[in-house]
Each structure stands twice: as C-alpha cells, then as structure tokens.
Design a protein. Structure first.
Length: 292
C-alpha cells in the first residue's frame, strides 16, 4: 500500500524539498503514510495470532483470520485518521516564497505534540511487540511441552500432537527459531526508526544535525518487516515438509528392519522346532527297534 500510494508522492517531495501540491494532497499523503505504517505493524500481529490458533487449537475454524485482517485494516484507518486534520500547507512569505506540509499550529503546546507522538509510538511499536511476544511465547511453551504418548490421554480441552511430531525434535527447534526470528526481525526493522524519532521528540534541535535521508531510509527499513514475515514462514514450512519426509523415510526403514528381524526370528524358531521334532522321531524309532 505504501509503495503504491504514498511512496511516489514522498519521493517527489524529497526531490522538490518544498510542497508544490494542494493542501488536500498534503493531508492525504500523511494519512496514507501513517496508515501504511500501522498496517505494517499490525499484520505481523495477525500472523502471530493465526499461528497461535493453529498450534493451540489445530481443529478450530480458520474463519477468524479474515476478521482479524479486517480489524487490523480498520484500526489502521482510524488511528491514522487524525493526520487529515493535523497536517496542512503553510506558506512562508519572503524574498523566496516557500510552501511546506507541516503540523505547525495544530498543537497548542509542545506537550500535546509529544503526547501524540508517544501514543503513536506505543501503537506502532510497543503494543505489536508485546502482542507478538505473548503469541510466540505461548507457541514455544506449547511446542516445548512433553506431548501425549500413545496409550495416554490428553487433558480435557487440549489436543495431543501426533507422535511423529513428538519424535522429531528438529520440528520443535524450527518452531522455536521461527518465533525468535519473527520477534528479532520486527525489533531490528523498527527500533532504529523509533529511536531516531524519540531523539527528535525530546531534542528538536537534532533535526538540523541529522540528514533527512536517514529518516527516510530507516522508515523504509521498518516497512520491510511486513514482506519479510511471509518469506520466513514459507522457509519454515518448506523445512517442516522436508523434516516430515525424512521422518517418514526413517520410519519406513525402521519398520522394514523390524519386519526382517521378525522374519529371521520366526525362521529360526521353525528350524529349531523341525530339529526337535526329528530328534524325537528318531528316539521313538530307536526304542521300538530295541524292544523288538
């Protein structure tokens, strides 16, 4: 969404430096940028909730995913909506007329702007990070817990994972790595951008010491988190399929070995029985001849 709607406008703005479009374009661009940022932060949470439901309740309905996606986009729209009223064009008179898209005059005091920025920071970074940490922690605890063996019963309301999964520690290890990698990717993609933003909020004079291109690069790095998550899940799924194939091959080999051992054991028992029978028959024949 950001690449299709907001990024071309933002790139043009970086080239022209000043704002050359109309006021409504200024408001729309800032609205789309923040909405894209919210959606990029909320969609990984939806993926985490879906994975949590798939692991903790494998037999449950998957229809709730669309509702979660709708809620994520709806919440992104609502939280970004104030941008339409905060940003506007400001004309600066002077030897060289200058127009810019800013929030100047929208906040009556500095603490109001700081509060709004902190609220945005919590919704974009702290809340998604906390939600994903809870989801993946529950997944790790569920996967790491000793599973129900054959002949035992799972507690009420829980689902016993297949024995093949329990016998394959590599699958559990991949799940743990995936959970840690998802959290680490989110932190690495978004932390630099928000650290720079907090630096701006509490030290506005730093705006003149840091090049504007740095904030744009860090913002694009944060948006990169959204397409990275599906790639990580795809790689994890391929790894799981290979693990299951290897497990099935090992199981078939083990089963064939057991069948061969059982056949050898049965053949040996048959030979022993034949030997014992022939000896008994010989002894009986010898006794009958002696008696004659």
């Amino acid at each position: 969404m950001s690449a299709g709607n907001g990024t071309p406008w933002d790139a043009t703005w970086n080239i022209t430096v000043q704002w050359l479009a109309v006021d409504i374009a200024c408001r729309t661009l800032m609205f789309l940028k923040l909405m894209a940022t919210y959606s990029a932060a909320f969609l990984p949470v939806v993926i985490g909730l879906d994975r949590q439901a798939a692991v903790l309740n494998p037999l449950g309905s998957r229809s709730g995913v669309r509702k979660l996606l709708g809620a994520a986009w709806g919440l992104s729209f609502l939280l970004a909506f104030p941008q339409l009223f905060l940003f506007h064009t400001v004309h600066c008179a002077g030897p060289v007329p200058f127009t810019q898209c800013v929030t100047k005059g929208s906040f009556k005091a500095q603490w109001q702007e700081t509060t709004y920025n902190l609220f945005t920071f919590c919704c974009l970074f702290l809340l998604p990070l906390t939600a994903m940490a809870i989801c993946y922690s529950r997944i790790v605890l569920s996967v790491s817990r000793p599973q129900t063996r054959k002949g035992s019963h799972a507690p009420a309301g829980e689902f016993a994972l297949p024995r093949s999964f329990d016998n394959c520690p590599r699958v559990r290890l991949r799940a743990l790595r995936l959970a840690l990698l998802i959290l680490l990717t989110f932190i690495l993609c978004w932390t630099p951008y928000y650290l720079l933003g907090m630096w701006y909020w509490f030290s506005p004079t730093m705006l003149t010491e840091v090049p504007p291109s740095l904030s744009h690069i860090l913002f694009l790095l944060g948006l990169l988190n959204a397409p990275l998550d599906p790639l990580l899940y795809g790689a994890f799924t391929l790894g799981c399929r290979r693990g299951h194939q290897e497990l099935s091959i090992d199981s078939s080999k083990e089963g064939s070995g057991r069948m061969l051992q059982e056949e050898i054991h049965a053949f040996r028992q048959l030979e022993v029985q034949k030997t014992v029978t022939s000896r008994r028959a010989g002894e009986t024949k010898g006794i009958s001849i002696t008696s004659i």
